[in-house]
Design a protein around this ligand. Sequence first.
Ligand SMILES: NC(=O)c1ccc[n+]([C@@H]2O[C@H](COP(=O)([O-])OP(=O)(O)OC[C@H]3O[C@@H](n4cnc5c(N)ncnc54)[C@H](OP(=O)(O)O)[C@@H]3O)[C@@H](O)[C@H]2O)c1
Length: 335
Amino acid sequence: MSRALELAQRGPSHGPNPRVGCVLLARDGSIVGEGWHRGAGTAHAEVAALADARERGADPHGATAVVTLEPCNHTGRTGPCSQALLDAGVTRVVVSVEDPNPAAAGGVARLRAGGVDVVTGLDVEHGRAVLRTWLAAVGRGRPFVTLKLATSLDGRVAAADGTSRWITSEVARRHAHELRAQVDAIAVGTTTALVDDPSLTARNAAGELHEHQPLRVVVGLRDLPAGGRLHGPGGELLHLRTHDPAAVLAELHAREVRHVLVEGGATLAAAFLRARLVDEVHAYVAPVLLGSGAPAVADLGVTTIGDALRLTPTSVLPLGPDVLVVATPRHEELH
Ligand SMILES: NC(=O)c1ccc[n+]([C@@H]2O[C@H](COP(=O)([O-])OP(=O)(O)OC[C@H]3O[C@@H](n4cnc5c(N)ncnc54)[C@H](OP(=O)(O)O)[C@@H]3O)[C@@H](O)[C@H]2O)c1
């Protein structure tokens, strides 16, 4: 299973489908095939592993398949994996995480009905960690939401005159771009789109565009100018004329977005936080003091300290002179 989980992580972390790995073991325990899912529309991990075994000249008949996620039981862009395993004569299947997606689940039952010995829950903590954002998105029926903030030590995102480039260091900004390359969509409010003229692209250290570009989403009622970097090279541009974060997520879910990065500004950040629709906060904090200027988050309706929105930090990472704090809003822990 460790090897299967390693293979799973070779797949893209963006896209509608989960990252899945599969290892086929012969009766003597030797590996005869390996596969992982390379993204929507391509072979699922089990089918890729069966193809790999055949390429190696191995017969999967009587083999054990070790899979990180329950084999699917539905025909989507590809056929059901449970049937592919049955057809290949696999006699034992070991699964880490059971599929929470009602449309795809049922693979274990189908395999068992076909006489296959199935074990589930192996190394499930690790398996769930690899599938974290996908499991949350499928379970909640909406994209996983990461809120990114890049602030001074006193929690500001711009100086009094509105200048904000750059509060955080290059190393922190590069780190943030890596996350952009892993998500399906980036969202900003119309003011940020109008004032900052952002490109909302994922770029590497050399400034070149990553192969995968997230959908660019602007939330708000005002029109966007015809020119501007948002119309330049990058992902598709989607302007959602609403103030309702739930409506934004419903539209993105319909477009198979599993992970959205909300990048501000303060008004949009507060709207998502007030609606309790933030799953994780990534706060890049620079050792800079501004004293005045725009805050990272607008009014949350907190008037007394007892009502503060408290977060639980999950990691703290020094990035050059800056620090990245990853934290989860406490209400999320209740789910
Ligand atoms: N340092 C950083 O990391 C960072 C990141 C992003 C932004 N910023 C800075 O933040 C500033 C912009 O922040 P901001 O708070 O003024 O703007 P914003 O959050 O980018 O956009 C606010 C606008 O979005 C629309 N909107 C969408 N959802 C809304 C809701 N639920 N409630 C109310 N309005 C909603 C409204 O415009 P309509 O009237 O069009 O509906 C609103 O005026 C800029 O100066 C930018 O430089 C800094």
